[in-house]
Structure formats: C-alpha cells, structure tokens
Design a binder for this molecule. Sequence first.
Ligand code: F0G
Length: 460
Amino acid sequence: MDPTFKTIIEPFRVKTVEQIKFTTPAYREQALREAGYNLFLLHAEDVLIDLLTDSGTGAMSARQWGMMMIGDESYAGSRSFYRLEAVVKEITGFKHVIPTHQGRAAERILFSTAVQAGQVVPNNTHFDTTRANIEYTHAEARDLVIPEGRQPGVIHPFKGNMDLDALRQTIEEVGAERIPMIMLTLTNNSGGGQPVSMANIRAVSEIAHANGIPLIIDACRFAENSWFIKIREEGYADKTPLAIAQEIFSYADGCTMSAKKDGLANIGGFLALNDDDLAQQCRNLLILTEGFPTYGGLAGYDMEAIAQGLREVLDEDYLRYRIRSTEYLAEALTAEGVPIVQPPGGHAVYIDARAMLPQIPSSQYPAQALAVELYREGGIRPVEIGSMMFGRPREDGTEEPAALELVRLTIPRRVYTQSHIDYVIEVIARVNARREDIRGYRIVWQAPFLRHFTARLEPL
Ligand code: F0G
C-alpha cells in the first residue's frame, strides 16, 4: 500500500459472499424477549452485524481454502502437521510444537502439567479461560498490568505492559519456587486489547530468568501486538512484523495460542515450548485427551489453514488495514461523544457504559443494557464485559460489581467492510442520543459459573 494515500483500503477483494439478514424492530423485540435479553442466546442468523468476538469468526483467504483441499488426514505423521510445525518454529523459534483444538486446550494441558495447587501465576491480565484453567489447579492467577491499564480514559501507547515493580514484589512475597511461570498476554484482551512494548517484554523476561522462572506468552494476537510495536516503539519502524514477532518470542520459553485469532482460522491452537521434559509430559496428556501429537484434535485441513493463516497475518498491508479499521471506528465514536477505552486496542473498541449511562447502577448491569440497545436499534451484537460477566455475589445477597462496565465491539478479521462499520457508528450514535432513557435489568435466572453465557434477564 502506498502510504501517501489517505484512504487505507481492505487489502483483498471479495470472492464469496454470505448473506446477512435484515430484521424489523418488532422482530428484534421478540427475539430479545425469547433470548431473555441475553445476546448469547440469540440465533446468530437474527444478527445483522456480529461483533460478539473476533475468535474463529474471521474470513479465510482463497489460499487457505485451497490449502485445506490438500490437507493430509493421516493419523500419524501428517504432512500438514509438519507444515504447521515449520511455520510456528519460524515465527516463534520454539523447539516443540503441540497442536490443540483451541487456545484453552493448550492452557489446560500446560497448567495441569506445570502448575501446582498453592502456586501463583502472574500475567499482565489473564483472559477468562486462562484464569479459570489456573484456578482449576487450585493455583492463583494474579493480574499485574500497569495502573494506566486499568483506567479507561488514560492514554498510554502500551497499556498492556506488566507493572515491573509489582512483578518484583510478587516474586519476593510469594517466592520464586512458588511461581511456576510468568505470562504475558499479547495483546492484553481483558484490558482492552492493549499492546505490550518490546521493552516491557524484555524486562519481564529478564526478571523471570534472573529468578529461574520461565516466561510463557499468551500469543493469540501476537501479530497485532507486533504491529503496535512497529508503529509506536522507537527502533522498530523499519522492521518487518515477522522480525518483531521473532524478537518477542526470543525472550520467552513457550507460548499458548488460539489460532482462532491471529491464526486467521476458524478453529485450532497450539502450545509451543523449549523445555524437552515439559513438552514430553504435555504430549502425554495431549494423547490422553486431544489426540496424537501430529494432530492434537485438529483435522489435517485445519492445520493447513492455520499454517497459511500465520503467514498472511504478518503481512504489512493486512496489519495496517486491521489496526486502522479498529481505530477508524474508535475515532468516529469519539467524535460522536461516545466514551470509549482510549486508545483503542487491536481487535476491538470498548465502550465505557458506566460513563455513558451514569443513571444505571452496576447492580442493574449498565453494559448489558447498552449491549441490548445496540441489538434493538440496529441488529448489532456486541458483548458485555461488566458486572453481568464478572459480578461476584456477596454474603448478604448483593453483588460485588466488576471494576469496569464495558461493551466490546469486537471486529472479526477481514469480514466487514467500511460501510458495515459506518452503519455500526450510526446505530451507536442513535442509541447515544437517547441514552438518558435507557433503563437497567435484573437477572431472573443464572447458572452457578460463567453465568453471562446463559443467564436470563428482565428489563426494570
Ligand atoms: N487467551 C486470550 C487472550 C483470548 O482472548 C482467548 C479467547 C483465549 C486465550 C482462549 O482461546 O477461545 O481458542 O480457547 N478469546 C475469545 C474472545 C473467546 O472472545 O476474546 P480459545
């Protein structure tokens, strides 16, 4: 792409289309009632623009589909595995590549092998599945992101950075022997898709290794993080995303990966490690629950799609378009006066529902109320990341609210065009104009864990 042009276009043309369904306000009202005002319970077909997640929802390229046709479905020693292994080794430099059906399978295998009860795993911010898999082993998942990373309105180029002093203190207080690994999530999804700087990755690596602790990267959005380093960190402007990614991984001892994000695939993941013994133990568990080490729960064609996706995701034109298109949405919402987490992250824009709907207390789920309005107004499905997802019951029957009340507009990769996003902006602007009339919700049914997926609500 010629950078002297102002317009950054989608670096692809469309070869196959998928129809999306337009619905009427009355239809959506009925759909909301039937779903108990929980957007997870909608039929996806009734959604016009689906911004629930960027996970597994991307569009594959013609080349990926083509590679799938030559996938090798051999149970053992599949050519497709070797192709995937070669690409992962080229990007990460890690010695052992263990395919899994998605990111959380890599997490479960790693943590159930390497983490013991009573131990502590620091991270900038653990993603839900990472936290849950660590807690499942009766260890503690500790979030140590820099203070700026917890404040939605504060601008910082690398809001995903680890708080190095807090990390040192944690090691001192807990003892290195009780810390089986330190993790860094790139980009920091739960903190708003915010990047981590190379300087911070290097510093975390030095602290970890000085204490004999391995550093593991949660690499779901490693390419997006590499791009942020290229455009924001001194000394990286002339490096390729591949070279930046290689440097990132050179500071670590392994990674977990969901190929549903920066693998540009609809399913899949992997665990990559340098330690021979640990890798062997992980493979043993893999065979027990996922599959033989050369497929790990994936079809041969899935591994082809991922191998090809990992190459495409590091393309400069793709990354420039990807990060710019998220920023485009953020800029337009800011111009409309909609409060968002600043600066926008790589894969999503997060609306600050507490700031937008101050009349709704956390106990009445303001972010959920806003998410429902976006569907009601224009058939858009965002995801609530607030007290419906993270509220914790107190002894007296009330709830400890989440730290932030956010609505995540997550952008699937290569799926929507600029006019789709312009429509999203218009819908949000309309909702913003009538924000004072929006009311809260109460939960009428909930499951004991991860209630946001299935809870049913009622408007107040
Ligand atoms: N780590 C991070 C940072 C993630 O964002 C996710 C998934 C996972 C691990 C788990 O990977 O889904 O393949 O098992 N995030 C999705 C999301 C679900 O919507 O943010 P998985």
